[in-house]
Design a binder for this molecule. Sequence first.
Ligand code: MTE
Ligand code: MO
Length: 316
Amino acid sequence: MILHRRKLLTAGAGLAGTALLGGCDRFAGTETGRRTLKVGEDANLFVQRLLMSPATLAREYPAAMISPWFKPNGTIDPPDRDFRALAAKKFSEFKLTIDGLVQKPLSLSLADLRALPGRTQVTRHDCVEGWSCIGQWSGVPLAELLTRAGLKPQARYAVFHCADTLEYAGGGLEGGDGASLWRPEHPGSVRDGYIQLAAAEDWGGAPTATDAPKDDWGQGAPEPEAPEDKRTPIRYYESIDLFDAFNPQTILAYDLNGKPLPVSNGAPLRLRVERQLGYKQAKYVMRVELVESLSGFGQGGGGYWEDRGYEWYAGI
Ligand SMILES: Nc1nc2c(c(=O)[nH]1)N[C@H]1C(S)=C(S)[C@@H](COP(=O)(O)O)O[C@H]1N2
Ligand SMILES: [Mo]
């Protein structure tokens, strides 16, 4: 999708700050600059952005290189009641919310999303655990949605709210039904993971009996309702800045390899932000909230894994 410059400028005044690549010294000297360039990871972001034009794309692959199976990771079957109710009805009642610092909040069904101009891309997903998969993703460019919603000038980040609970505030990995919540594990450092990854082959093996995905959503009968859980769930969330939000490859995907996303890979809708690592690719996205600051969410790190020590800008 081609965004007209004027539209972009009216859509997001926040973009102007990141787009002024020529004025880096001045940028570093401003309040925002000082706040942004506080540690190494932000310097990494700054240098990468200096070297990139706004529309730098991740590599796209030929269809023949698509992995026979896209390994699911992290949450593969959200235990949450609300999600289970949606899945039981094949997501026919799912609505994506776009709100926060927008002129016109949106609420869109899957049919609404599919009716919008879409984009299909074959890209490689790199997880910090050291595996990669190539998949074909189809979805709606986030730029399309943000342009329709119209950003307010203070908007700087898009926060993705996901349906899946990973743990409960104050500790506790027990699901409402007493089952243990799946707890993902990652290497101690994203960069360690990335170094392993550089040497790793693309993941392309066949599923084994023990890790076969529970895909085909809507297949199972509705489950008995779990009792309501009074504890505060900590759900997966992620965030990106407007620079990445308007990249043409940044899409909310509803199809994987030409078929509706399996639940294990994030049905009904998941983020693809192709120049970043796997944990940025939020699955089970229910709501996109436009905000000025990330400090009000979780521990303020900008994502579930970021709150546990991973870098916010996971560029590859
Ligand atoms: N909602 C949600 N999104 C998530 C995760 C998760 O646990 N929950 N895991 C992340 C990680 S670490 C990876 S590698 C990818 C895995 O996506 P996949 O299951 O399609 O392979 O999803 C990312 N997005
Ligand atoms: Mo990951």
